[in-house]
Ligand binder design. Structure first.
Ligand code: DOR
Ligand code: ZN
Ligand code: ZN
Length: 444
């Protein structure tokens, strides 16, 4: 028997622990995990020289842009950045131009993405105006809905609890997830207006307008509604200690909630905003040392379920604004997330097992991405090969993303992805993209 691909001499991260073995791949799936002598012949063979093999990372929070925002990022550059960063599947966000919010816009977006993807992509929709359309959007292949509470994106009137409740009720029936951007629109709008009237555009004014109170209020509100509907809610980019307390309490009484942390909220504080200026502007903003410490504690306790990059590319002109109020918030995180987290592994702050849970196993489970997130016989062959010893200095000018800037520029990292396999195909090798767009698939 001759199979498609055999990788030998790896240290493979399986649910039973790390095993020294090879992997045989046939038709995009893991056929066998075994010692070299027990592996079949293959048309493509590769010796991994004892490197670590993890399940391909899943980033459940990525803004791939394209369409009207192709100048910021497109499906090719965004998924190239994903492959370079060790991700084999990304979940695309709906705040696009046009907004992904109904069957037609989702269908158009998927059609455009089809032949451009280098890694697999699943799509998230915003809520439609008519909640009855939720089912058909799921039928079209959306794997989740994104609920922005900071501004109206999509058709839902977010100021009206009855409408939000109705939407959550309807989603509950379809069994997909609701990912939430938790910032209270009322608080941020009023505070922003007030600061602007006071002619303030300093960092503190920006932070006060996007306070942790605003996050807390939004989370409290959604937990209350989730409790009533029993819909599953996944809170994106948690930034504050107080929010974590609320989520802990909700989980404790059985409310179906999970949450995400980003590398920037884990590794940067508001003091860094003075140093990295506009590159570090993101929403919700990075906060105090007390908050980052709480995030790390929650990560270690398993209270935080996923790490997402919140890859949010913008044009350099949009970041280079004099007034903070005009700076487009967002950090291009796909190519820095894994090296930054592996550096934390090398520092002893995180284990490989925790990293795999946060970036592969848990996102696969939460978003129902079948047969992914774990290396096992029969699962899909999405893999990332890691060199834990390779040291680098982050250099955003080398990003595959169109957004060639980062607050992490110049940061030293130890540990890097050296190969990414998507559906059994080698897509990235030593930082270079070696496959053609179209290798990635749309996951519905
Ligand atoms: O910083 C952010 N950027 N936060 C968001 O919620 C949106 C995102 C974007 O799309 O640029
Ligand atoms: Zn967000
Ligand atoms: Zn986002």
């Amino acid at each position: 028997m001759q199979v498609d691909c055999v990788l030998t001499n790896g240290r493979i991260h399986t649910p039973r622990g790390i095993v020294e073995a090879g992997i045989a791949i046939e038709e995009g799936r893991i056929l066998k995990i075994a010692k070299k002598t027990n592996l079949p012949k293959a048309s493509f063979k590769m010796d991994l020289n004892g490197l670590l093999v993890l399940p391909g990372l899943i980033d459940s929070h990525v803004h791939l842009r394209d369409q009207g925002y192709a100048y910021k990022e497109d499906f090719v550059t965004g998924t190239a950045a994903a492959a370079a960063g060790g991700f084999s599947l990304v979940v695309d966000m709906p705040n696009n131009k046009p907004v992904t919010m109904d069957v037609q816009s989702l269908r158009e977006r998927m059609k455009l993405a089809q032949n451009k993807l280098l890694v697999n992509a699943a799509f998230c929709s915003a809520f439609p105006e008519n909640t009855k359309e939720i089912r058909s959007i799921v039928g079209e292949g959306a794997i989740a809905f994104k609920l922005y509470l900071s501004e109206k994106i999509g058709g839902l009137n977010i100021d009206d609890d009855t409408e939000v409740l109705q939407a959550l009720d309807e989603v509950k029936m379809t069994n997909v997830q609701v990912a939430v951007h938790a910032e209270d629109k009322g608080i941020t709008e009023n505070e922003t207006k007030r600061k602007q009237e006071e002619n303030r555009s300093d960092i503190n004014a920006y932070l006060e307008a996007h306070s942790s109170d605003s996050e807390v209020k939004a989370i409290e509100r959604i937990i209350g509604l989730a409790e009533r509907t029993e819909a599953h809610v996944h809170f994106c980019h948690i930034s504050s200690a107080k929010s974590l307390e609320l989520i802990k309490k909700a989980k404790g009484v059985g409310v179906s909630v999970t949450c995400e942390a980003t590398p920037h909220h884990l590794l940067l504080t508001s003091r860094d905003m003075k140093r990295y200026k506009n590159w570090a502007v993101t929403l919700p903003p990075v906060r105090t040392r007390k908050d980052t410490e709480a995030l790390w504690k929650a990560l270690k306790q398993g209270l935080i379920d996923t790490i997402g990059s919140d890859h949010a590319p913008h044009a350099i002109k949009e970041k280079n604004q004099k007034s903070l109020w005009k700076v487009k918030p967002g950090i291009a995180g796909l190519e820095t997330t894994l090296p930054l987290m592996l550096t934390q592994v090398n520092k002893g702050r995180l284990t490989i097992k925790e990293l795999v849970e946060l970036t592969a196993k848990n996102p696969a489970e939460i978003f129902h991405l079948r047969d992914r997130g774990t290396i096992l016989k029969g699962r899909l062959a999405d893999l990332v090969v890691i060199d834990l010893k390779q040291e680098h200095k982050i250099d955003s000018s080398k990003f595959h993303s169109k957004a060639k800037f980062s607050p992490f520029d110049g940061w030293k990292t130890k540990g890097t992805p050296v190969k990414t396999f998507v559906n059994g195909c080698l897509v990235m090798e030593e930082g270079e993209i070696v496959a053609k767009p179209g290798t990635g698939e749309i996951i519905r």
